[in-house]
Write a protein that binds this ligand. Structure first.
Ligand code: ADP
Length: 260
């Protein structure tokens, strides 16, 4: 046995072992950063409504209660802050389930056109305030059956439409189209709103990423909607895409598997 080659062998093995250890350390570091970011973001998001409620309650306790007008106003504001916390917590629950792969899809066969119409009926009130019209522009004259989790797809469509309204311009449009392909269907949600700059586009599906934080918060956004949407579509083994022109508008489209 050549001692030199033996030594070389040992050296090689040690080096390989060190490399895997380094990789594992990197992975753990990344996980730790991810956890820290997540906790940091969550507490940051919850702080605002909590501090607001604290302020409202204090105002009421320090005399506001005696004035019925102030009373009502501050209770209304408290209610709004509580609603905000509820939506943050609900979004957090969804994202945690989706990211850990805990979410089990409940796949059924349903008509996607009818489902989108259901969303439009539910969300109608949202659009009236900003006078944005939401409509299906090429309504197919027959049902299009897909295989998917209906509740989750409702969530996806609702999120995209609500975003189109939130980041839309007054009297703008949110247009929904269907493209019927052989095995798939493409659902497109297009707005003529504020648009997204090229540099921000790749990041909008990240958790908590928001182009304009104050605009998003003002509109009740949590920065989690699109990341939930992407997870849901990917859990279906389908894809979602976005294109946007600043100041002109944004178009999202996602695919679904057609049911035979
Ligand atoms: P949010 O709760 O802030 O709306 P989302 O995850 O739904 O969070 O979206 C992330 C960010 O992407 C938003 O804060 C906004 O800056 C941008 N965005 C999403 N949809 C649109 C749209 N239709 N038009 C312009 N910007 C959008």
């Amino acid at each position: 046995l050549d001692p030199n080659s033996l030594l070389l062998n040992v050296k090689f093995e040690v080096e390989e072992w060190a490399k895997t250890q380094m990789k594992e350390i990197e992975r753990l570091k990344e996980l730790e950063k991810y956890r820290k970011d997540f906790v940091g973001n969550v507490s940051h998001e919850l702080k605002t409504p909590i501090f607001n409620i604290q302020g409202y309650v204090l105002t009421l306790l320090e005399g506001g209660l005696d004035d019925p007008k102030i009373n009502k106003l501050y209770l209304k504001r408290t209610e709004k802050s509580i609603d905000r916390m509820v939506s943050i917590v609900e979004d957090l629950e969804s994202i945690t389930k989706l990211e850990s792969g805990e979410l089990k899809l409940n796949i059924t066969r349903f008509d996607i056109v009818k489902t989108v119409e259901e969303v439009l009926e539910m969300e109608h009130w949202q659009a009236t305030e900003s006078k944005i019209s939401v409509q299906i522009v090429n309504k197919p004259d027959r049902p299009i059956y897909v295989k998917a989790d209906k509740k989750r797809i409702l969530e996806v469509v609702t999120n995209l439409i609500v975003n189109g309204i939130k980041y839309g311009k007054k009297k703008g449009n949110v247009n929904i189209s269907f493209y019927d392909l052989e095995d798939n269907i493409i659902v497109e949600v297009a707005d003529d709103g504020i648009g997204i700059e090229k540099k921000d586009l790749p990041r909008i599906f990240e958790r908590f990423y928001r182009v304009d934080k104050s605009r998003s918060r003002e509109q009740g956004g949590t920065g989690l909607g699109l990341s939930i949407v992407k997870h849901i579509i990917e859990a279906h083994n389908q894809s979602i895409n976005v294109r946007s022109v600043l100041d002109k508008g944004t178009t999202f489209n996602f695919t679904l598997e057609k049911a035979k």
